[in-house]
Design a protein around this ligand. Structure first.
Ligand SMILES: [Zn+2]
Length: 255
C-alpha cells in the first residue's frame, strides 16, 4: 500500500476508535492524561489568576463599647477617647485610598471570624507611669508565633514591620520593645478573627509621656498607622501609594 494512504487509513481508524471510546465512555477519560496534555503545553491553558486580599481593613478602637476606659489621666482624659480619635482619623485616611474600613469596638461581635486585609487594634499606654516613658509598641499573636504556621506568621510580621517603620517615621516615636506585655501578645481578638486575617495590636504611645501628641494631635499617630497599612497592602499586591505629605504640619510639643 502507498505509505501516505496507509497512514491516512490508520489515522482515520484511530480517530474512529477514539471517537467511539469518548462516545461510549464520556466520563471515563483518565484525568492524568488530560492533566499531562495540559502540562505539556508551552503555555498553560488556564493560567492561575492572582487573587488579591479584600480591600477591607478592621480598626479596633481599644476599650470602645465597654465599661473599662483603659488608662485614665489625672485631668480626666481617657485612653478610650484617644483610641477612638486615632481610629476615626485612620478610617478617613484609608477610605481616601479606596479601602473599606470597619471601626470596631473592643468586644465587637463582628470580630468573630472577621476577614480583612488586616486588623489593627489601637491602644495607648499608662497615664500614670513616669513622664520619661515614651514610645510605641507592636505585637503579633504569640499563639501564632508558636503555631508553626509560617505563612500566616510571616504575613502578620510583615504587617507589624510596615507599621513599625511608618509609625516611627510619621510620629518620631521609637519602638519601646521592653514593655511589650502578654496583654498584647495574647490579645483576645487574635483568637476571634478569621485565621487568614493578619492582625497586630499597637500601643500608640504612653498617655503621660506622649500626651501632647496623642491627645492634641491624634491625626499624626493615625497617619503612621494608615501608612503602615498601605505599606502592608503593597506587599500583598495592592497598587497603592503612600499618603502624600500633609500640607500643614502642626508642630507637636513632644519631649
Ligand atoms: Zn488599652
Amino acid at each position: 500500500m502507498h505509505l501516505g494512504r496507509w497512514l491516512l487509513k490508520n489515522l482515520l481508524a484511530g480517530m474512529g476508535i477514539g471517537l467511539l471510546f469518548i462516545l461510549v465512555h464520556p466520563r471515563e477519560m483518565p484525568q492524568e492524561t488530560l492533566y499531562e496534555q495540559q502540562a505539556g503545553e508551552a503555555t498553560p491553558l488556564m493560567p492561575p489568576t492572582p487573587t488579591l486580599p479584600p480591600r477591607r481593613v478592621g480598626i479596633v478602637a481599644g476599650h470602645a463599647g465597654g465599661n473599662d476606659p483603659g488608662a485614665v489621666c489625672p485631668d480626666g482624659v481617657t485612653e478610650v477617647q484617644v483610641n477612638q480619635a486615632v481610629a476615626r482619623h485612620v478610617k478617613t485616611l484609608l477610605e481616601g485610598k479606596g479601602f473599606t474600613v470597619d471601626v470596631l469596638e473592643e468586644f465587637d461581635p463582628r470580630l468573630n471570624g472577621y476577614r480583612a486585609l488586616a486588623l489593627v487594634s489601637i491602644h495607648a499606654d499608662s497615664c500614670t507611669l513616669s513622664p520619661d516613658l515614651s514610645g510605641f509598641k507592636l505585637a503579633v499573636s504569640s499563639a501564632l508565633a508558636r503555631s508553626g504556621e509560617a505563612r500566616r506568621l510571616l504575613r502578620a510580621t510583615r504587617l507589624k514591620q510596615c507599621l513599625a517603620d511608618w509609625y516611627q517615621a510619621e510620629t518620631g516615636l521609637f519602638f519601646h520593645e521592653d514593655t511589650v506585655t502578654p496583654d498584647m501578645t495574647e490579645y483576645h481578638a487574635f483568637e476571634e478573627i478569621h485565621p487568614e486575617t493578619p492582625a497586630v495590636i499597637i500601643e500608640v504611645g504612653f498617655l503621660r509621656g506622649d500626651y501632647d501628641l496623642l491627645v492634641h494631635h491624634p491625626e499624626i499617630p493615625a497617619r503612621g498607622i494608615a501608612q503602615g497599612v498601605l505599606c502592608f497592602a503593597r506587599t500583598q499586591g495592592w497598587n497603592v501609594l503612600p499618603l502624600p505629605k500633609p500640607t500643614t504640619t502642626p508642630a507637636p510639643n513632644r519631649p
